[in-house]
Design a protein around this ligand. Sequence first.
Ligand SMILES: C[S@@+](CC[C@H](N)C(=O)[O-])C[C@H]1O[C@@H](n2cnc3c(N)ncnc32)[C@H](O)[C@@H]1O
Ligand SMILES: [Zn+2]
Length: 899
Amino acid sequence: MPADDITEPPEHAVSSPNTPMYNMVRFWGRKPQNLVTSYIEQFTDEGETVLDPFSGSGVTALEALRADRRGIYNDLNPLFRHIARTTAAHVDLDELEDGFDTVMENLRYRRHEVGGADGDAQRSFRWLYETTCRNCGHERARTLETTATRVYSPSPGQAGEPISGDGTLDALATEIYDQLSEAERLSHDALVERIDLDEFGDARKSEITRAINQRLFENGYIRIEEDVPNELKYVCPECDASETVPLDEADEAKLDRIGELSPPYYYPDNELVYPNGQDFYTSRPGTERVDKLFTDRNLIALSILRHEIHRLETQGFDRTVVDALLLTFVAILEHVSRMQRPNKKGWAAKNYVIHPENLELNVAHAFRNRFSTVLDGMREANDELNGGDPVGDRGRFIQGDARDLPVDDQSVQYVFTDPEYGDAVQYFELSYMANSWLDSSVNWEDEIVVNPRQEKPRERYEEMLAAAFEEVFRVLESGGHLTVTFHSSELKYWNSLMHAIQQAGFDYVDAVYQVPAQEYTNWINRRKPGTMNGDIYITFRRPETREQPELDFGDIQAVRESILEEAKRVIRLHDGRATYDQLVRGVTLRLIEDNRMHSEQVRDFDYRRLFDDYLERTADGDAWTTADWAATDEVEYIPLQRRIRWLIESVYAGKEGSAATLDEILSRIFTSLKDAQTPENQEILDVLQSTAEPVEKDGVVYWRRRDSYQQTLAGNTLAEEEGLVDTETQREQLELDHDRIINRLAEFGKSVGYDAWIGDPETDRSEVLRDTQTRLRIPGDFSDTVRERLRNVDLIWFDGETPVAMFEVEHSTDPQDGIVRMGNAYAETGATPRAVSVVPDNRYDRWEKAVTQPALDELTDDNPFRCLTYSKLIELLGGRRSPAERGEERLFELATTPP
Ligand SMILES: C[S@@+](CC[C@H](N)C(=O)[O-])C[C@H]1O[C@@H](n2cnc3c(N)ncnc32)[C@H](O)[C@@H]1O
Ligand SMILES: [Zn+2]
């Protein structure tokens, strides 16, 4: 595909969940594979080469291979390359299962030198987790998990600043300290029980934890004594019992004994510090060394497991088998570490942090569970990445610096990538635990990230990024495209990114916001403002030669004004209340599109400060508003609630029954209400709950329409007669919708250069519509009868004297009338305007029926009738680019597509 032909990236899509290939190991900010694929397919042909210089877990390269392209993977981090390369390598699945069985077998029977002063220096892995069955007395029951809770003690005399201030956390910290001083030693559990502050509600535990960490621990008021195991869960192979019980004396004695032993083979004991000796940015108290992230027992267990995996090589197993099992090993690390929380969701955060209540999982058990996930993933990879050995020919997996790629000039057709997002995720720190277990060394110096402790301020980050994008410019073929995805709520990092790319010489093409996959799973839990969810995908084109970009930013005041103008637009789109996310999304896209994001002036702006200075916080403090957002006639504005409702309607209209899944509804809304328009989950839920209710069937939750709403929708006279419909409000609302749509379509026509004429009944009724139209009378040389008919059409676009399109906006009436009216007018004007019916989604089939009646066939051979559903209209009007740029073709394209 000649690159010149391509300017448009793919339209918005909703990210789908990971396929098994990507479920093998958790990763920070993995790109959704379906989106990556759609970009690759849009910008390349089969056989062409796709590069990702910051590949991470490798989605770009792997999807390139899947789509029969060549893929070049590059990442500086050895762990990440291991993940990607192992995924891509063809592995014999039978041999892999054999390898796994061999390891498990050896864990049961082999004995290892674990040290210890007396005679029990030889121990098997299995011994580590053995306990006595409380039910039948069998001595080889297996401990699956053990919970522990932290014990604190006060450290009088060491107190730093007094705990003061007016915050609730300060008050809580004071109370915790009082309790602790009284008790001398107190477990986290007991503490939570004692402190019963109603105001904290469900959040109490995490509030307490925060108060302890921030106020008490860091200021030296209290000490962590130890994490004390309190309960264990075991299974008994003899009697099948499975119970959670307190540790007995023997269990405790065993743990004490284990504490005296040491891991028999390699284990990492590196400190969590940079080469310059500074502590990790992401390390919290108690996590100073890699081995401290594990209990004594699990450290020994992991050391044995790792050894047994490596030993497979001496037993004749293929390297690919060892690699896949090491991948499994790496994947369980977070789960078998002390960072595991009682909810078993693994490592919580983008930090090394040990929760005061933590869980020790049995290493063998975790390994077995994870292996089945890995097996599924490797099966998919084997099948999808062409069944052969893709690493050999079509894929390259480079571990190197993005600023210096071993790739020829202009040898790549497309680049898709995302560098690290300022200081948001510390990839090298977070991968350090696993890299240490793999015994791979990390090249800190070349990591492109913002991190003051690594002596990498924003300026350095930007310089390094610029060098990386210059390198991309070198290897990318002239005319080829580059798509960068990024994710930050800090203006300065956006500025650095855009500046770097601009400096490298790329031309900006387009930017879109893509809704993240986790919206689906977490959607009921409202996020706090202050995080930017989802990514913006920005596409650039590489020109023939590298030129210094022309920069014309206007003055700082102009930048500020355009930010505020956009902020107001976003607030209006959201009915007067926009969240931080929505504002950041809108303003970020706006600055990128206005070619301002890379300018010096933007650098020192701070979103939150700007919003606070120029907008008003809502009463709950969660969002921003402006006093004048609503100073508009309701005809000029389609409220968010209506737009959401129409989109939900379209989902139900496309189905037989009256039930839809949340997935279907959300994906419709997210792909239509794009960018800054994307509603918060609660906004969707409000509309949904007013018309439907959740029902569960076969484990799937469907939203079923309420009967009463079903009847309201029918909106027909029958329902009215039977008194089922609240006709007054219903009719008013529908009439408003009708006028709003006419108004929007008139504005749209005007923006692409047409005159708008609006029907008499509408302009008689609405002052706004009178003002909107640009023709007071119907131009042209029509007979009185034709003119009479045209006067009753809702909206006509004129190109000079020629009508180019007629619109009839339907709500509760039968589309047939409008069709006939437009049909007659069409037949007699001598021109060839389109005749577009705009109908609610649930009336599309009626339109279809009306338009296929034989009488209309005779009107013309060249069928002028089109249909535009309400939801399609929303999609059309929703884009960020101006209607003029999208053009009328797009409108007609949409107007002919059935929902
Ligand atoms: C945001 S992540 C990429 C995630 C990836 N798109 C995915 O879906 O898994 C950024 C990556 O840049 C890598 N990186 C940082 N500095 C680098 C450098 N100088 N050269 C190459 N890679 C680097 C990090 O190791 C990290 O994997
Ligand atoms: Zn038993």
